[in-house]
Design a protein around this ligand. Structure first.
Ligand code: ADP
Ligand code: MG
Length: 429
């Protein structure tokens, strides 16, 4: 009870927070053709100089809207995630916010100091040393020499690049350049930090350190815009998110619902893009093999076919096949991956491990794998499966079978934990 009251207070407090960034109706067009884009650039400058340039809502030949009518607000201490497929305009939006490029229409209003972390080592001069770049970079971000002097050691310490600080940045690995860029940006103590997919670099320890530092900055009231391919990091850091598609805002709202919509779209595209693997029944039969997988499906406790899987529910995974010959020592192995996840395998099972193998006669069969509690958390998965003889001689395989697991409020978990709760009173006061 007390917890819910506390969080309510926080959210009310956040509602009162001032807006530090406001993006209003921002549109930006680009030209696909470089030559033509230069020509348009010269035309635009010329017409602007004589004062007749109008902000055209029309596209000229080869132009397209990289951003169209994007509006949102960011409040003090808020972390906003930006998701969308490649080319949806995320980087363009960050570049406009940071002032690197101008929008064709709309405006951006910023209160305070903004620090962009947009491309690896962006803003670094490759022939200057790390030390010189720290000064150059942090002064561009608005710090005085004295302020940089004060922070220098902290930046060096955070970036962990040691003696290389006096070597030219062009000799740095991309990880080193990213660490230095990150350290510079966060030690300017900005009011708004823009992060474009840079957290994906570096080893896990450095990433963990970055996240801790981000959390600290956030406590101090820094606002963030974070672009990431990894929905997990968006989910764990951001309370709200924007889903951009072809330059337009599809959804804005709380992170869970936005990421959910984004992943569903991604997933349904994936399904559309690939051959229908769900019904293997119409898969052509290759007579060359002794065995053919004919269908894959999920069944519930009652043996009914099910399309929607739920974490924690009893689930049967069934593989139907046809054997043309007598085969000994038939085994099955399967491997599950999270479709958009980082880790290679989530689950890797084979019947051999479990001491199961079968000798079969010609005929139709179904192997049923019973999972008393489906331990997979809600997400999108890709399954690879193979049936073999003596484990190594592969008879037939399915390369990628896609499925979805649903469930509530488990976006931060790694797996489903079967559980029960109980309150035990130990003694009276
Ligand atoms: P995202 O970061 O979401 O992957 P971007 O903002 O980088 O997308 O790009 C959006 C679209 O604009 C893409 O189609 C990209 O090719 C195009 N684009 C980006 N910058 C330029 C540019 N300077 N000139 C022409 N086209 C560009
Ligand atoms: Mg980008």
């Amino acid at each position: 009870m007390t917890i819910s009251i506390a969080s309510q207070e926080i959210s009310e407090q956040q509602l009162d927070n001032e807006v530090v960034l406001s993006v209003e109706g921002v549109s930006k067009k680009f030209c696909r053709d470089l030559k033509r884009s230069l020509l348009y650039g010269v035309q635009d400058i010329a017409t602007e100089l004589v004062g007749i340039r109008q902000k055209s809502e029309k596209l000229r030949r080869d132009e397209f809207w990289a951003l169209k009518d994007v509006s949102f607000q960011l409040r003090r201490g808020e972390a906003l995630g930006l998701v969308g497929p490649n080319g949806s305009g995320k980087s363009t939006l960050l570049r406009i916010i940071s002032g690197l490029i101008k929008p064709d229409s709309g405006f951006v209003e910023i209160k305070g100091r903004i620090a962009p972390l947009i491309a690896l080592g962006a803003g670094f001069n490759p022939i200057l040393t790390g030390r010189e770049n720290i000064y150059a970079n942090m002064s561009i971000l608005g710090l005085s020499k004295k302020e940089i002097d004060e922070r220098f050691e902290a930046v060096l310490d955070f970036a962990e690049i040691g003696a290389a600080i006096d070597a030219p940045v062009q000799t740095y690995s991309s990880g080193m350049a990213a660490r230095l860029g990150f350290a510079c940006a966060i030690y300017t103590e900005p009011d708004i930090l823009l992060i474009d997919e840079v957290l994906a670099v570096g080893d896990i320890k450095f990433r963990a350190k970055c996240y801790r530092r981000l959390a600290k900055l956030r406590e101090q009231g820094t606002s963030f815009i974070l672009v990431s391919h990894n929905s997990h990091s968006i989910l764990s850091i951001c309370e709200s998110a924007i889903y951009l598609l072809k330059g337009k805002v599809v959804t804005v709202g709380n992170t869970d619902s936005v990421v959910d919509k984004y992943e569903k779209d991604l997933f349904s595209n994936e399904i559309k893009n690939q051959a229908k693997l769900l019904s293997l029944t119409d898969k052509y039969e290759s007579k060359q093999s002794d065995l053919n997988i004919t269908a894959l499906c999920f069944k519930d406790e009652q043996g009914n076919l099910t399309r929607s899987l739920l974490s924690g529910e009893t689930t049967y995974f069934c593989v139907e096949f046809k054997a043309y010959k007598e085969i000994e020592n038939v085994t099955l192995s399967f491997l599950i991956q999270e479709t958009f996840g980082e880790s290679e395998h989530v689950l890797c099972i084979n019947t051999q491990q479990d001491g199961e193998s079968w000798d079969i006669l010609p005929g139709y069969y179904e192997i049923q794998l019973k999972m008393p509690y489906l331990g997979l958390k809600p997400s999108f998965y890709t399954l690879k499966l193979s049936i073999s003889k003596n484990l190594y001689y592969m008879l037939d395989a399915v390369e990628s079978f896609k499925f979805t697991v649903e469930g509530k409020g488990m976006s931060q978990c790694l797996f489903y934990q079967p559980r029960t709760w109980k309150l035990v009173r130990s003694h009276n006061i």
